[in-house]
Ligand binder design. Structure first.
Ligand SMILES: [Zn+2]
Length: 294
């Protein structure tokens, strides 16, 4: 009896002695960050045909440089703020926009198409940030606002209107990952902060219409992005993942057109009218993936 009591005491003492090491090991696990990029929200970009169509737009080569500079600034800021590794997803058009020769060598690049619909995210990431994202379709005074494709008018998740920012904040949340920072125009920042009030935003331009507005220069935008990315990393613990309670309904309203897209009606996919569809699932990804990738 006395022997076993001693053994219990010894085990307790051993665990107590080890406790600080265990806590430090947990807290110092290298923080992996996933950077989701797009092009329309980057500084200096206002015109889709002139600047955003790979290998066709006359100023596309310049757009790639602007995007790569913003991403490098973000990578630098993330490391300054405590990131242990960074993966960058090239998310515009076919995923060949970032310039690999110029990209910060500390970043891993996820490029090309098709990328799996949940963007290869998994719960091992500590945070997601957004560079170059834009406001949802129909947003006033937003530069190049749209929601995934130009034929979508509105998307609602359980009644909440979302665009690409909201969809991806929610996607990250479904893996338990907080979205902590965005770089984009004034409208995109508003959309992000409405969902993530504790997040950081680098406002690199401000629309006066869908194809015009004020912009920071590339170097000023990059300085701001570096600062905000670093701050966001330092404040990581303050931001909680955005969670959507199931069951989930994703309602998609297409723009009015005689050639509007159609989906195959099946369990969980329902046509509400000529251009509105409802996708249901037990959770966000199961509902959303019946409609599209994120
Ligand atoms: Zn894009």
């Amino acid at each position: 009896m006395e022997k076993s009591f001693h053994r219990v005491l010894l085990t307790l003492a051993f665990l107590l002695a080890l406790w600080p090491t265990l806590v430090v090991a947990q807290g110092s696990r290298p923080k992996k960050v996933f950077v989701i990029t797009d092009l329309e929200g980057v500084d200096g970009i206002f015109d889709f045909n002139l600047q955003c169509i790979p290998d066709k737009s006359p100023r596309y080569a310049e757009s790639r440089k602007l995007l790569t500079a913003e991403v490098n600034a973000a990578v630098k800021g993330l490391y300054e703020g405590g990131a242990g590794s960074v993966v960058v997803y090239d998310g515009h058009a076919g995923g060949h926009n970032l310039l690999p020769f110029d990209l910060d060598p500390r970043a891993d690049l996820l490029a090309g198409t098709p990328v799996p619909p949940t963007l290869e995210l998994d719960p091992s990431y500590a945070a997601v940030i957004f560079i170059g994202l834009h406001a949802m379709a129909g947003t006033p005074q937003a530069i190049l606002p749209h929601s995934y494709t130009w034929d979508i008018q509105n998307i609602w998740v359980n009644g909440k209107k979302v665009g690409e920012i909201g969809g991806r904040v929610m996607l990250a949340g479904s893996f338990g990952i907080p979205a902590i920072m965005l770089a984009g125009d004034h409208a995109a920042c508003g959309e992000f902060l409405q969902l993530v009030p504790q997040g950081e935003c680098a406002e690199v331009k401000h629309g006066v219409g869908p194809t015009a507005g004020f912009t920071l220069t590339s170097s000023a935008a990059c300085a701001l992005i570096e600062k905000k990315a670093s701050q966001a990393m330092r404040r990581l613990a303050e931001v909680k993942p955005y969670t959507v309670k199931g069951p989930v309904k994703v309602k998609v309203e297409l723009v009015s057109s005689p050639s509007a897209r159609t989906f195959t009606q099946q369990p969980g996919v329902e046509q509400l009218d000529g251009r509105t569809w409802l996708f249901r699932g037990n959770d966000l990804t199961r509902a959303w993936l019946k409609f599209s990738s994120f």
